[in-house]
Structure formats: C-alpha cells, structure tokens
Design a protein around this ligand. Sequence first.
Ligand SMILES: Nc1ncnc2c1ncn2[C@@H]1O[C@H](COP(=O)(O)OP(=O)(O)O)[C@@H](O)[C@H]1O
Ligand SMILES: [Mg+2]
Length: 263
Amino acid sequence: MSRPEIRVRALHKSFGADEVLRGIDLEVGRGEVVCVIGPSGSGKSTLLRCVNLLEEPTRGQVFVGDAELTDPDVDIDAVRRRIGMVFQQFNLFPHLTVAENLTLPQRRVLRRDKAEAARVAARNLARVGLSEKADAYPAALSGGQQQRVAIARALAMGPEVMLFDEPTSALDPELVGDVLAVMRMLADEGMTMMVVTHEMTFAREVADRVVFMDGGVIVEDGTPDQVIGAPRHARTRHFLSRLLDPATAAVRKEPPDRVGHGD
Ligand SMILES: Nc1ncnc2c1ncn2[C@@H]1O[C@H](COP(=O)(O)OP(=O)(O)O)[C@@H](O)[C@H]1O
Ligand SMILES: [Mg+2]
C-alpha cells in the first residue's frame, strides 16, 4: 500500500453503555478505494463519522494525512476541510440554487472570493455532468442529480479524501448508475475514498479493498475477490447471502437501512 492517507487505530466509540465501535484498526492508502459493507447497526456510519470527527471517538486515534484528528490540540476545522463527506440524504440547501449550494461553503469556509468560488463551482458541476442545472433549485432535480450536486459541492472544497455513507441508498434504482459513475470517475482520478455501500457490483469493480463490519468490529478486510468472492468467515457469508437473496432478506430481523421514498 502507498503511504496511508487515513489511519484508524484501536478506535472505540460508545453511546452511553452501548459500545458501537469495539476496536477498529484500518488504513486507507493514498488513492485507494475502500468499500465498507455490513449489516444495519454494525457501526459503519459511526466509523465514517469518527473519521471526520462528526462523532468524537471514546478511545483510539484517527489520522488523516499527517494530522492526528484525535489530538486535543489539532485545528479540527483545518483538518476537516481536507475531508469531503457525502450522505445518504443529500443535505442540499433547498432555498439556494445549485450553483449557490456550491459557492456558499467555499466563500464561508475557504474565504474564496465570488469569482473564484463561481469558477470552481462551474468546474465541479461540469465534472458531475450538471452544468446546465447551475441555476435550478434542488427540488427541481431528481434524487440522483441532487446527489451528484452534493458530490460536486464536496469536491469544490478541494478535499484530499472523500467519505461516502450509502450515497445511493435513498435513490430509485434507475438513478443509482449515474451517481456510481461519478464515484467511479473519482476513483479513476486517484481520489482516496471510503464508501459505505450495499452496491456489491460497484464494490467488486471499483474497490481496492472491501471491509466487512459486524457488531462494531472488522470481521474481514481484503480484496473484493477475497471478501465478496470467497469470504472466509461465516458472518460475512451470511450477510452476503441475505443481500443477494431477497427472499431471506425479507425476513431479516433488523429494520432495513433503506428509507422509503414515499414521504
Ligand atoms: N448518536 C447516536 N446516539 C446513540 N446511538 C447511536 C447514535 N448513532 C448511532 N447509534 C447506534 O450505534 C449503532 C451503530 O449505528 P450506525 O453506525 O449508524 O450503524 P450502520 O451505519 O452500520 O447501520 C446502532 O445501534 C445505532 O443505534
Ligand atoms: Mg449507516
């Protein structure tokens, strides 16, 4: 592996008495794509949120580049600027146009002037194929387009790593492909990425490594061919079989991760 861009060491996170992460060790090399898979409630989102300190770890260390995020003296805002995050729910500002959604954080956080923020916004909208939507409001866009705007907004901040938390789970199936295509492009360009996803085809084709989590620990960590193609652990096999067989998935006990789109 190249020099690790993300390093997680002996990471623990509890909510009250509930120990959600129980000792996570993980490295993501520069330019590497790591897909994180696992059942609902296994701690995938909490892990991502600890990597940009949206959650404060209870114990352990997180490094991004050469900065330790868990060092009490770290300039957390400076480090966080190097980390882009994309959520299942796109979190765009509904009262701002697409272009304004991209320029506002650049101006507020990076103090870019208007012209430069607009230039960077236009360049990143073009990267996700949405130049023609610059003046539209989010409500006028499909879910897939909104998610591509959210990715462009993160890219406009010039991040060194990108974290994706189930970026396609809220989308109608026919809109998933366009979002995955943008993520594939980023991977090809050498972006360092951690992607929580249930898209096994994407994981197989794009990930350098797949990490299977269950119960707050990493059960398996290897190439997609190893972890998805020839899982060594019964828990991994059980998870994958439920994912691939809707009949057994329908009777699973946990509530589904996926939110409906009938709101
Ligand atoms: N802010 C929170 N407060 C209390 N419990 C939480 C919080 N966030 C997550 N949890 C709990 O942590 C566990 C793991 O959640 P999460 O990381 O979201 O799992 P996953 O993303 O794998 O579905 C779940 O039991 C969840 O209820
Ligand atoms: Mg989650």
